[in-house]
Ligand binder design. Structure first.
Ligand code: SAM
Length: 213
C-alpha cells in the first residue's frame, strides 16, 4: 500500500480505535432510515448485475454487509489492518482487503459502484482531487459513487478540531459536487440530513450520489 504521513497517522489511529468503533457503529444503520434510503437508492442505481462494488474505508464492514444483503457484489477495503481483521471476523462470507483509496489495487473500470462513507473526511484536502481521480479510474462508465461526509457552509474545507480518532474535514456539498464534476463524475442527487439531538456531532450529514459519465 502506498502510504504518506497522513495516511499512516489515520491507519495507526484506526488500528487503535477499531474495537471501540466497531462496537459503537455496529447497529448504527438501524436508527438511520435516511442513510438506509440513500444506500438503497445507490444499490438500485448500481443494480444486482452491476458488477463489483467497493466499500472504500469500510471500517468494520457493517455497511459492506448491508450492501451485500441488498444484493450487491460488495467487498471492503480499508487502510487499517485492525478494521479489516474485525470486518473479516464479523462477516466471514465477504471479501475485505487492506488498501488505500488513493492507490487501489484494481484495474481501470473494474467497479460498478463505490461507497465511500465518512472515509474521505480523513483525506487532507489537497489530496482529495487525486482520490476522486482514482475513483474515476476504477469506476466503469455509468458506475455510481455514494459519498458520505459532514457538511460545512464554508466554501473551504473545515477541520473538525476535536475528532476522536484522526484529523477530519467537513466539506461544502456544492464544492465536493463541483470537484466530482471536474473529475468526470456527475452529481445525481444529494441528501443533507440535519443533525439530530442524539447525534454525537452536531453537523449536517451528506450523502452525495454521483455517476461516472
Ligand atoms: C469514520 S470510519 C468510517 C467507516 C465506515 N465507512 C462507516 O461508514 O462506518 C473511516 C474509515 O476510513 C478508513 N480510511 C481513511 N482514509 C483511508 C484511505 N485513504 N484509504 C483506505 N481507508 C481509509 C479508516 O481506516 C476508517 O476505517
Amino acid at each position: 500500500m502506498v502510504e504518506d504521513d497522513a495516511l499512516r497517522a489515520t491507519r495507526e489511529a484506526y488500528d487503535t480505535a477499531a474495537p471501540v468503533y466497531a462496537e459503537l457503529f455496529r447497529d448504527s444503520l438501524r436508527d438511520s432510515p435516511l442513510d438506509r434510503a440513500m444506500l438503497s437508492a445507490f444499490a438500485e442505481a448500481v443494480g444486482a448485475g452491476g458488477g463489483h462494488v467497493a466499500d472504500l474505508g469500510c471500517g468494520p464492514g457493517h455497511v459492506t454487509a448491508h450492501l451485500a444483503e441488498a444484493g450487491l457484489a460488495a467487498f471492503g477495503v480499508d487502510a487499517s489492518p485492525a478494521m479489516i481483521g474485525l470486518a473479516r471476523e464479523a462477516h466471514p462470507g465477504l471479501r475485505f482487503e487492506v488498501g488505500s483509496m488513493s492507490a487501489l489495487d484494481l484495474a481501470d473500470g473494474a467497479l460498478g459502484g463505490i461507497l465511500s462513507r465518512w472515509s474521505i473526511i480523513h483525506t487532507p484536502p489537497r489530496e482529495v482531487p487525486a482520490v476522486l481521480a482514482e475513483f474515476h479510474r476504477v469506476l466503469a462508465p455509468g458506475g455510481h459513487l455514494l459519498l458520505g461526509f459532514w457538511a460545512t457552509d464554508d466554501s473551504a474545507p473545515a477541520l473538525v478540531s476535536d475528532h476522536a480518532v484522526a484529523p477530519a474535514y467537513r466539506w461544502s456539498p456544492d464544492r465536493l459536487a463541483e470537484m466530482l464534476r471536474e473529475s468526470g463524475i456527475a452529481e445525481v442527487a444529494r441528501m443533507v440530513r440535519a443533525p439530530q439531538p442524539t447525534d454525537r456531532r452536531q453537523f449536517p450529514e451528506v450523502h452525495l450520489l454521483a455517476r461516472k459519465n
